[in-house]
Design a protein around this ligand. Structure first.
Ligand SMILES: [Zn+2]
Length: 432
């Protein structure tokens, strides 16, 4: 059994930072030293006892002097995880949340604290997934308010904000207030593509510690596919290269024949663009393939979450308190369904974006071949086709096509209707 950081591929530096912070956080809890001034005086003894109880030890040695002298060295109230899609921003945030709630303070991966955090049922961990395309101020205010309460498990109140770059300005301000004057036991974990002001306001950024995640190198991705998932080395290598550093995508390509078929269909697009009608057909096919992929990617995790929640709620229980539990359960199930619906919408956009990244990889291969640049192709299986394209289009034509794909991604990111953006791209790819 690996610990909670086992899923973070090729991120040794970030994992090291997070492990140290988790250890420091655990030391703070043991010593009951408030992270910031303002913790209620007189509460330390209780917290100490509670921490010891959770730890399963009754005579902890006093904390290391370093932790006491400089509690800010390892642990802080607000973090930003940055990195390209697929690098594992939200995986890192969840793993860190689990380590903070771990009864051993390490993120062991098997205790109730780790387990409930990773399955999304821990009472003191709130996950914000943008509902639709931005996180509104109402949602953020409610969240900040709840995050200020005392952690019921005696450790930390953790708020994970996925896609913090999608905060509205007002929501960002509400969050900033909470980060500026954090309740002593509250930790905010933000995920964003970068710390560019377009993604995260400068003021929020200045209050957070940044954990940069890099695009994992294909070799590291291939290694984890072989080690953890038992995938044959040659398949793992191919999938890691084709997925361009996106771990989840690489795993799906290696394991799921349908994912491979969808990718093949995307990479067949350049060949199929023989006229205007064909361009529109290709646009439809691309969008429908993204929808199918999105549906396939969420069905498994949706089901797992529903089962975990039902188990946690003791579905089918009878006796005193069952009626009250049922009322609470209905609310939690409704929350879960809302979260899952928002995830499905995002999954469609993500799937379309991955298809566009595949397509961009193809034209990038054509461009590097036209330039005779000494770099390995992204898609080894369509290298011959890209070579033919390179001859026909030359570097300039390949670059124009690559740019058409990247413009389409940018347009969708800027809220242009996906079908319109994709149709415009297909026409540009056909005309050159
Ligand atoms: Zn644990």
């Amino acid at each position: 059994m690996t610990d909670v950081f086992g899923d973070l591929v090729g991120q040794d530096e970030a994992v090291d930072t997070l492990r140290r912070a988790a250890a420091s956080a655990a030391a703070l809890l043991r010593a009951a030293v408030p992270v910031a001034a303002g913790a209620p005086a007189g509460g330390y003894d209780d917290l100490d006892a509670l921490a010891e109880e959770l730890d399963g030890t009754d005579a902890d040695p006093p904390p290391a002097p370093a932790a006491e002298a400089d509690p800010g060295a390892g642990m802080t109230h607000a973090w930003i995880f940055t990195g390209p899609p697929g690098s594992g921003r939200s995986v890192a945030a969840r793993a860190f949340a689990a380590a903070l709630q771990c009864v051993h303070g390490t993120g062991c991966g098997s205790c109730p604290g780790c387990h409930t955090t990773l399955t999304g049922t821990h009472a003191d961990v709130r996950l914000v997934v943008p509902d639709g395309l931005s996180i509104g101020v109402g949602e953020m205010r409610a969240l900040v308010l709840r995050a200020a309460s005392t952690p019921s498990g005696g450790r930390w109140q953790v708020v994970i904000i996925e896609d913090a770059d999608r905060l509205t300005e007002a929501a960002g301000n509400a969050l900033l207030k909470a980060i500026e004057e954090p309740p002593p036991r509250t930790v905010f974990l933000l995920c964003a593509p970068s710390t560019h002001p377009d993604d995260i306001s400068v003021t929020i950024r200045s209050r957070c510690r940044v954990v940069p995640l890099r695009q994992p190198p294909p070799a590291a991705v291939a290694e984890v596919l072989v080690r953890r998932d038992g995938i044959a080395p040659d398949v793992a290598e191919w999938a890691a290269a084709a997925a361009q550093g996106h771990v989840g995508r690489a795993r799906r390509l290696a394991r799921d024949p349908e994912a491979r078929q969808r990718r093949d269909a995307v990479l067949a697009v350049p060949r199929r663009l023989t006229g205007v009608g064909a361009a529109f057909d290709a646009a439809s096919a691309l969008i429908e393939a993204a929808e199918a992929e999105a549906a396939a990617s969420v069905v498994e995790i949706d089901e797992a979450e529903r089962t975990a929640l039902q188990t946690a709620l003791g579905a089918g229980g009878t006796g005193r308190g069952a009626a009250g539990a049922m009322r609470g359960a209905a609310g939690q199930l409704k929350d879960l369904e809302k979260r899952q619906k928002s995830r499905a919408t995002r999954a469609q956009r993500d799937a379309l974006d991955r298809a566009l990244v595949d397509l961009a990889g193809f034209y990038r291969d054509a461009l590097t071949m036209a330039l005779r640049a000494p770099v390995a192709p992204v898609h080894t299986d369509t290298a011959a086709l890209a070579g033919a394209g390179a001859q026909k289009w030359d570097a300039e034509g390949s670059l124009r096509r690559l740019e058409a794909v990247l413009e389409c991604r940018a347009a969708i990111e800027a809220n242009v209707k996906p079908r319109i953006a994709v149709e415009a791209m297909m026409l540009a790819l056909w005309r050159g």
